[in-house]
Structures are given as C-alpha cells and as structure tokens.
Design a protein around this ligand. Structure first.
Ligand code: PMP
Length: 398
C-alpha cells in the first residue's frame, strides 16, 4: 500500500525517537480498541503505557473535556486563580488519600512531578543527597534522570545531580545509606520499567522507619502504579506504608496530560517562601485536564475498577503458563510476563501484533519481559481471549 501523506509527514517532519517506531497510523480509538488508517482494529493491551485505564473515549471523560473547553481553557499560571475543575478534583483526590497527603500541587507530566518532588525535598530538608534504586525509572528530564537507576540512559547526560546513591531494589543495604544528610529516598513501590518488580513489604516498612529516624522524606513515584492499576487506588495501600510525597501522572488525567504531587501543607510551605513562586508551571493543572481527571476519577471509584484490576490479575496468572513462560508477576493490571529469552519475547510480541492484532508492551529496562496493562474496563471475554492468544503466540516459538 502506498504511504499515506500523514505517514510521510511523520517520518519526514516529526522528530523520531528511535529507528523503529511502531508507526501504526491511528484513526480513532474506542474502549479497548485502536482503529488504524489501513482498516485494522487492534486490541490495546498496554493502555498507552498505563494511561487509558478507562479505555479510550469514555463518554463521561469526553463530555467533561468538551464542556470545560467551551467554558474556559488556560487563564493563568498554576496557583493564582480559583479554577473549579482543579479545586474540585484536588478535593476529591485528597478524600481518598491519607490525611498527611492533604494537598495536591498540579503539573503536566510524570517527570515534572518528580522534578518538583526532588526540589521540594531539597528545600524542605535543606539537604542535597538522594537515595534511589537500581533499575528505577523516574523520567527523562535532568533531575528525574539523575535518580533513574540505569547507567545507559544516565551516562550520556552526566554531569547530572551530584550526591545520588543507588542501591539494589529489595535489598537491606539501603538502610545504611539513609542518614541525616539524606534529603529523600525516591522509589517506585512497584518498579515498572525495571521489570514489574513489587517491593517487599518488610523492606518498605524498614525504609519508612529509617526515613523517620533520620528526618529523610520518602517519595513514592506512583506515576505508573497509581489510579487503580494495581488493584488499589494507589500501590502504597498494598503495603500500609505512607510516603511523605506521592507523585502521579499517566492515568491521572483520564487521557489528558496531567501530573501532580501530593504532600502535607507543612512540606508544601517550602515552595511558598524564600522566594515565593519556587516552582512555576504555566500549564500545570490545566482546567481541561483537571476536568477530565475528575471525571475519570469518579468513574474509577463508582465502577470499582480496582476490583476489575484484581480480576485481570487472576485470569492472567491462571491462563499464562506453558512453554517459554517463566512467570507472571506484578499486581492487578500492572503485570509482567517473564519469558525464556530475548528472541522468543520479540517473536511473541510481533506475532501478537501481526497475527492477532493485539498491542503488547515492553519495558525500557528488560528485553525478556512483556508488559501487560490492559484498560481496567476490558470486558472479561475479550480479556480471556487475548490471554489465550498471548499464550499461543509464546508457545508457537517456544
Ligand atoms: N515515573 C515512572 C514510574 C514512569 O513509569 C514514568 C513514565 N513511564 C515516569 C516517571 C515519567 O513520566 P512522563 O513520561 O509523564 O514524564
């Protein structure tokens, strides 16, 4: 088929991120389906990397976007004007969070939330040292990259932030690394790009305890694990360990760009003085994004989508076994399918896309792990059929 003019423009004029983009030409998307310009209907089993938890084009989210766009869009930098979608969403979100996370600072994206969290920790504690984890991922701007635990991504951009020490995940050596010079520990309670690795409960508790002893802030990056994906509203609820700062993005905006950090009034005061306006963000908490986020959040709670995440986990763990499959790990609908080797992984993912019209994910730091992150709203029969096709695709090459 001849290249469409859009395809040509994409390759000629849109800056490329690699030699091999997916390059599916998306015409529209509805629920768990992506429709392409060449007439394919592809099952989205990755939700735009854990974003579209409600599926695509949820009517309540679309209506919220349309109504708010008609009412007003950007009016003023974040924090100056009272904008109903923003305040209402912050109120609703903090109602489900612990009391110590009673305020939301809105930004635009995941990495921006982490940038703000790192700055806030420095300013609040007056310290500059950070503790982070091998294979952790926090984003690609320079602060977030400084605490991302993969040399291959960090090295080309050094020098980055000084005084960041990395420890192995789920390893007690970190405890000695946290002292009264540490501003914060930043971590994902379930590592995403690192290969869907849940933290062990006792280990997380010991980090919390050590942070309390040393006056170190604990930052949980729940950009990927938040908003119902793991079978709880936030992954920290699985552990009963509450962070001092919680960073969020991805599914937060219901498909619109939005990020945020939650913390206490006391900690956020560090952004208000000496000087005021410490962390300016023009578009942070955009009213259309906040309206979409609030609508998506209402659906998440009303339809108890966390329970659907648990249903997805139990089917995946039951169906995905057999030749070539090592294990399925993770929580809820934040799952990783560990396969035997790199070639098998590439072949199985390719077969799912080309034969079964199913888009599966990868993680940045592993080439033997398939990321499974379907929309939480996926109908059960569609889910079961998809999982059987994944098992077939692996077995085909195993
Ligand atoms: N933290 C985690 C845990 C993530 O998974 C991601 C994105 N994959 C980010 C931060 C960065 O988010 P964004 O792409 O919105 O900057």
């Amino acid at each position: 088929m001849a290249d469409s003019i859009h395809r040509k423009a994409f390759f000629d004029h849109v800056a490329q991120t690699s030699d091999g983009p997916l390059a599916l030409e998306i015409e529209r998307a509805e629920q768990q389906w992506l429709y392409t310009a060449d007439g394919r209907r592809i099952l989205d089993f990755i939700s735009g990397i854990a974003v579209s938890s409600l599926g695509h084009g949820h009517p309540e989210v679309v209506k919220a976007v349309q109504d708010q766009a008609a009412r007003h869009m950007h009016v003023m930098v974040y924090g100056e004007c009272i904008q109903k979608p923003q305040s209402e969403f912050a109120k609703a979100l903090t109602e489900v969070l612990p009391e110590s996370l009673s305020r939301i600072y809105f930004v635009n994206s995941g990495t921006e939330a982490n940038e703000a969290a790192l700055k806030l920790a420095k300013k609040y504690t007056g310290r500059i040292r950070f503790v982070a984890f091998e294979n952790g991922y926090h984003g690609d701007t320079q602060g977030s990259l400084s605490v991302t635990g993969r040399d291959v991504y960090r090295k080309p951009y050094e020098p980055l932030l000084p005084e960041v020490t990395f420890f192995p995940f789920n390893d007690s050596s970190v405890i000695q690394g946290i002292d009264d010079t540490t501003a914060a520990v930043i971590m994902e309670p379930i590592q995403g790009e690192g290969g869907i690795i849940p933290a062990q409960k006792g280990w997380l508790e010991s980090i919390r305890e050590r942070c309390d002893e040393t006056g170190t802030l604990l930052i949980f990056d729940e950009i990927q694990s938040g908003f119902g994906r793991t079978g709880k509203c936030f992954a920290f609820e699985h552990y009963g360990v509450i962070p001092d700062i919680l960073t969020m993005a991805k599914a937060m905006g219901g498909g619109m760009p939005l990020g945020g950090l939650a913390s206490s009034s006391d900690i956020f005061k560090a952004f208000m003085y000496d000087p005021p306006l410490n962390h300016v963000t023009t578009f942070g908490g955009h009213p259309v994004s906040c309206a979409a986020a609030h609508a998506a959040f209402r659906v998440l709670l009303r339809e108890q989508l966390t329970e659907r995440a648990q249903m997805i986990e139990s089917h995946a763990k039951q169906i995905l076994n057999g030749p070539g499959i090592i294990e399925v790990r993770g929580k809820g609908a934040m799952l990783g399918l560990q396969l035997r080797d790199k070639l098998l992984t590439a072949q199985a993912v390719e077969r799912c896309l080309n034969i079964h019209d199913m888009l599966l994910g990868w993680t940045l730091h592993s080439n033997t792990l398939v990321r499974l992150a379907p929309p939480l709203t996926i109908p059960e029969p569609v889910l079961i059929d998809a999982l059987e096709k994944i098992r077939e695709s692996v077995a085909h090459f195993a």
